[in-house]
Design a protein around this ligand. Structure first.
Ligand code: PLP
Ligand code: ZN
Length: 452
């Protein structure tokens, strides 16, 4: 079918009903298979007034059962506040009744649900929909990089644009999930350290949920991140040091004043928001996953969240066993995961004197190190470093070729791709997905150095 006929039919299907989907070049859509996939994806109504998280009147049930330690496999209640494993201090993951979910949660239910991450409610940790605090996060588009792909020698290069989330980054997903679950558990006061986007996301969801939010941030965090905290009513403390120093102060404050510390992977629910990126990638790519995903890694919640989603979807019978190779990209000035991956260790030593302009990946150590390294190894993926100059170059490349003003962390994935192609870890024919984790508009001060 020719493009103009396809466009007419898509329009006739439901005027104004365009959901955010994989966006390809309409001129390519000349075979029946593409038409069917895209029409299926176009059928869901657009979310206009968001009062309920997902199903408009269909009542949904979470299959959440308990929390499990990812290291010693101890099990714990998901109905009282928990942070890390009480026995070994490692990361707790929410677990679900997978047999019941397989029988009761059909992916065919998804197209009629609004386009936000709560469409996967059955596999989310909030039990009562009324506790969901949403600003419309998730279901971000995947664009085919029609110009950047050929420029880099790739025939199938895609970018998922998380910069279109509320608060301008993928952090909205984790914080929507964690703040909602905190509300469900009766928590009213939150605290966290952040080097960047997580802070404003937490304070935004806390504002919407009428909760009190304390934030500890390195003094050199991007200006926009400091301002968004203040305008959404967060109580901000600037720290002379790194995110790890901010973390110490946040934990101390939590202890002294009875606040709940919502640091990434140090409570069990942010990862559940991040995992929805994995569900979306599968749904938007018609239930086949790309050959490779390249992800800018700081604390690693995004990469391990997607890996968890792939495992769950396999158990649900939604995807087959072919998973993407997962690649982590870090900066040359702060690359604890890359070093540990290359050295073959289970954990990562903290990085000394961490430096990079990409604040979100300026993370010298993280509690989820072993989970990130497991995902990279189990997927036969890899880890690569890039320089700040390469990051800036690819910010300009992506913006000028694709019209997408992406964040430095997102640009790091394109820089990593060029290295992975050059050393033949990836091939030009692979189906490759880059994760742009945030909006470039949040980093305007960085661009002064390139004369923009
Ligand atoms: C824009 C951006 N990208 C990537 C990251 C790193 O994310 P993760 O903690 O999931 O590794 C961050 C974290 O602050 C971020 O703000
Ligand atoms: Zn444990």
């Amino acid at each position: 079918m020719k493009a103009d006929a396809w466009l007419k039919r898509a329009h006739a299907t439901e005027t104004g009903a365009f959901r955010r989907v994989i966006v390809s070049n309409a001129a390519d859509l000349n075979d029946a298979d593409s038409l069917i996939d895209l029409e299926t994806n176009l059928r869901a109504p657009r979310t206009t007034i968001v009062t309920e998280p997902a199903a408009r009147g269909q009542s949904m049930k979470s299959y959440l059962t308990h929390l499990e330690c990812t290291y010693c496999h101890g099990t714990f209640s998901a109905d009282e506040p928990q942070r890390t494993c009480p026995d070994c201090s490692k990361v707790l993951y929410p677990r679900y009744d997978m047999a019941a979910a397989k029988a009761g949660f059909d992916r065919a239910a998804l197209p009629s649900r609004p386009s936000n991450m709560w469409r996967y409610f059955e596999m989310m940790p909030v039990r009562d929909e009324a506790n969901v605090i949403t600003l419309g996060e998730g279901y971000t588009p995947i664009f085919k990089a029609e110009r950047l792909g050929p420029e880099m020698g790739c025939s199938a290069l895609y970018i998922k644009d998380e910069g279109l989330n509320p608060t301008g980054s993928f952090k909205a997903r984790g914080l929507s999930a964690a703040v909602s679950k905190a509300k469900e558990l009766g928590i009213t006061k939150l605290t966290m350290p952040s080097a960047g986007n997580a802070a404003g996301a937490m304070t935004a969801y806390a504002a919407k949920g009428a909760m009190e939010a304390y934030v500890f941030m390195p003094r050199d965090a991007p200006d926009s991140n400091l301002k968004e905290v203040v305008i959404t009513g967060g109580i901000l403390t600037l720290v002379d040091g790194l995110i790890t120093d901010a973390g110490r102060l946040s934990r101390q404050k939590a202890k002294e004043e009875g606040l709940f510390d919502i640091s990434t992977l140090q409570e069990p629910y942010r990862v559940e928001g991040k995992k929805t990126m994995g569900y979306e990638i599968a749904e938007q790519m018609s239930w086949t996953l790309p050959d490779a995903i390249i992800y800018p890694t700081g604390g690693g919640t995004g990469i391990v969240g997607m890996w968890k989603a792939f495992e769950e979807m396999e158990e649900l019978g939604w995807i087959d066993g072919k998973r993407p190779k997962m690649f982590c990209v870090q900066s040359e000035g702060c690359a604890p995961m890359v070093r540990a991956f290359r050295e073959g260790t289970e954990f990562a030593e903290p990085w000394q004197d961490a430096q990079t302009m990409a604040a979100g990946i300026r993370v010298p150590s993280g509690i989820g190190d072993y989970l990130i390294l497991r995902a990279l190894r189990e997927s036969s993926g890899g880890a690569v470093t890039v320089t700040d100059d390469e990051i800036l170059w690819y910010m300009k490349q992506v913006a000028s070729l694709e019209g997408m003003f992406i964040c430095p962390e997102g640009a790091a994935t394109a820089a990593a791709l060029s290295k992975l192609l050059a050393n033949q870890e990836l091939s030009p024919d692979d189906n490759i997905l880059l994760l742009n984790t945030g909006a470039g508009l949040k980093y305007l001060e960085l661009l002064e150095s390139v004369g923009a």
